[in-house]
Design a protein around this ligand. Sequence first.
Ligand SMILES: C[S@@+](CC[C@H](N)C(=O)[O-])C[C@H]1O[C@@H](n2cnc3c(N)ncnc32)[C@H](O)[C@@H]1O
Length: 269
Amino acid sequence: MDTKMARNRAELSGKLTNVLDSRTLANSHQRLAEILTEGMAILDVGCGTGAITRGIAEVVGPNGRVVGIDSNPKLIEKAREAHSETPGLFFETGDIYNLPYEQQFDIVTSSRVLIWLSDPLKALKMMTSAVKIGGRILVVDYNHEKISWEPQPPSSMLHFYSAYLKWRSEAGMDNSIADNLFEMFQKVGMKDITITPQHEITTRAYPNFQNRMGIWADTAPSRGIQMEKDGFITEKAYLKAEKEYREWMVQDAQSLTMYMLAVEGVRCL
Ligand SMILES: C[S@@+](CC[C@H](N)C(=O)[O-])C[C@H]1O[C@@H](n2cnc3c(N)ncnc32)[C@H](O)[C@@H]1O
């Protein structure tokens, strides 16, 4: 497992934090929102800039405890700046492969994180150690192979997207992880495993349609820089993908569906 390569590639550039900042518990972690109750202790691993984590703390309230962990200290700094006044909410720099918790949380969750790892099973084992007996693990992640746009975006973007998936797989990341989570949960001994589809569907009916469609216009130049260094695409090609996709978003785009599942299970031992 080349975790070092995956780590380097997972590193988020500044521009993409716009996407993280715009997420909320209600719009981006729906299954968790359904099962949270007041007073719970929650660990959110790979919390990014903490937008969803803050929503979790607001639901569990001051009698609960919410810890957001991320390996990127810059994101933890941003999270603290933006959300430190929320009672019961703490942010720590830390690694999912090395969580310092044993049986402390009612729910341990990660959203859109395992897809960036070269050893997601090891990460899931660590998450399992951190949850109380009878507590729950809840993972939300994509299958990037099952994305769909209506109509098809420009071929320059399809070329970028295909290079992006190859660049990720070369680092050992599983582009289809959503559909492999059930089996991984079985391997770490989780019981009562359930799957809730949580596909991210964006259509012109959404008020922030351009923003949500724009995730790939933002990804092309930000990940493009890394992909060019690694020999997966040229600068000309990723800039073309961004430009043509932005024009397509305004004129032609109707919808984008990002396939995502929420998978949860209960720790029994
Ligand atoms: C796509 S972001 C998701 C952020 C947030 N959970 C959300 O759903 O918006 C993935 C996050 O995982 C973090 N991450 C990647 N590898 C990690 C690791 N080994 N340990 C902890 N966090 C990690 C990244 O720094 C990044 O903030």
